[in-house]
Ligand binder design. Structure first.
Ligand code: DQA
Length: 146
């Protein structure tokens, strides 16, 4: 089982960026948590981050035939990107949406998620642990849908 973890814009600045919202742990800590979780669960993983919408669309397209599942935090593109939604729909790879903060309790413009329309489940407000939970859910889902 191989999964792709995608992080959108500004998530590379974790630790520096609004720590009250996103925590004090940096991006390297997020990558380590994802890699450790996957190693423990016997899952192959690639972690990808980009600040560019088109690069994220390219990565989702390239996942076809290589990855069995996707965990995605599209960051700000969550609320704007029909292109990322369409890419997820196009490849039909089971996907889970993760947000570090609880977007449901934030500004009105964060209440829309395009990506969610192509995702099986959303984890939000759990900090970095949302990624771990998303990976475990995806493993369970993929194991029972083979
Ligand atoms: C975020 C929430 C988004 O609204 C925001 O634009 C982000 C991060 C989160 O992980 O909580 O960049 O996706």
């Amino acid at each position: 089982m191989n999964i792709l973890v995608i992080n959108g814009p500004n998530l590379n600045l974790l630790g520096i960026r609004e720590p009250d919202l996103y925590g004090k742990e940096d991006y390297a800590a997020l990558v380590a948590l994802v890699e450790d979780t996957c190693a423990q669960e016997g899952i192959g993983v690639e972690v990808f981050q980009s600040n560019h919408e088109g690069a994220i669309v390219d990565k989702i397209q390239q996942a076809l035939g290589t990855f069995d599942g996707i965990v995605i935090n599209p960051a700000a593109y969550t609320h704007t990107s029909v292109a990322i939604l369409d890419a997820l729909k196009a490849v039909q790879i089971p996907a889970v949406e993760v947000h570090i903060s609880d977007v449901s309790k934030r500004e009105d413009f964060r209440q829309v998620s395009y990506a969610r329309l192509a995702c099986l489940k959303t984890y939000m407000g759990l900090g970095l642990d949302g990624y771990r939970q998303g990976i475990l859910y995806l493993k369970e889902y993929l194991s029972s849908h083979r």
